[in-house]
Design a binder for this molecule. Structure first.
Ligand code: MN
Ligand code: MN
Ligand code: ZN
Length: 289
């Protein structure tokens, strides 16, 4: 962990980096911005199917991970955007399920530990409870079809009919997953605030994470998407902003960077200007007291 031993800290920052040219491009892209953790797509995120990895791709990926001294614990791929396990149309659900299994198998082929998944949307056609049931069924079945990888559910901004904005909804899904060792949660700070948890104030920060601990539990927290929010508390717009340029404010980021509950997990930026990721990461590390 060259960067982190330099910093002597337990925060592992990076970004959702490009895989243009192949997944093996990601470690260098992460290193270029001074990152020690990253998210990436395992295939084109807007398509249902992609070519399988061959041995060459896999070994090249492993070489690059080693070359840039990145710990695989801090690599959390993001599943494709088309997957919606809360879709109650059986054919469409199956398509989503198959795509999830494909993502999990790709992650395992690369020797990774986690896949970050959006809960999905009930599309206004079924209840949240029924949606959670469908999501859990998909996860339970997919876990049986794969070897070891952990599914990590991301909280949402609550835009439209998306599930998983409220911590209680994440809990409902986790409760229904049989193998608790293979389910986790990721918090996106923009989504959390945008949904209506007031991370911008000191009081709100405290109560939000107390509620998270009570309902879900930090033992399930496997990663963070660290984003500022373009819109205000409870707007449910899901628009990210660069660190310090949005409505979360620098006080929030300072509190976060000094909070040990977020140690030793991948913390990745999905902020809107990738040109300044390096500066954003430096800025965040500078906040550590
Ligand atoms: Mn996401
Ligand atoms: Mn996110
Ligand atoms: Zn978002």
């Amino acid at each position: 962990m060259k960067n982190n031993s330099e910093y002597k800290i337990n925060k592992f920052l990076g970004a959702h980096v490009s895989v243009s040219g192949g997944v093996f491009k990601a470690p260098k892209n992460c290193n270029d911005i001074g990152g020690v953790a990253f998210a990436m797509f395992l295939k084109n995120q807007k398509r249902w199917v992609a070519k399988d990895y061959d041995e060459k791709i896999i070994s090249k990926f492993n070489d690059e991970v080693k070359k840039y001294n990145i710990d695989k614990k801090f690599i959390m791929p993001h599943a494709g955007y088309l997957i919606n396990l809360a879709n109650n149309d059986p054919e469409k659900w199956q398509k989503s399920y198959d795509a999830l299994v494909d993502e999990l198998k790709r992650g395992e082929e690369l020797g990774l530990h986690y896949i970050n998944l959006h809960c999905g949307s009930h599309l206004g056609l079924i209840s949240v409870e029924e949606g959670c049931e469908l999501i859990a069924k998909g996860i339970n079945d997919a876990i049986k079809e794969t070897k070891y990888i952990t599914v990590v559910l991301e909280n949402t901004a609550g835009k439209g009919n998306t599930i998983g904005g409220a911590f209680s909804e994440l809990k409902t899904i986790i409760d229904k997953v049989e193998d608790k060792s293979r389910i986790g949660v990721l918090l996106d700070t923009c989504h959390t605030f945008d949904y209506g948890y007031d991370l911008a104030t000191e009081e709100g920060y405290k109560s939000t994470f107390n509620e998270f601990e009570e309902l879900v539990g930090f033992n399930y927290l496997k990663g963070i998407h660290l984003n500022d929010s373009m819109y205000g508390l409870g707007c449910k717009k899901d628009r990210h902003e660069s660190i310090g340029n949005g409505l979360l404010g620098m006080d929030f980021f300072a509190r976060f960077m000094n909070d040990p509950r977020f140690d030793n997990m991948p913390i990745t930026l999905e902020t809107i200007n990738s040109e300044i990721w390096k500066e954003e990461i430096e800025l965040l590390y500078s906040l550590i007291k």
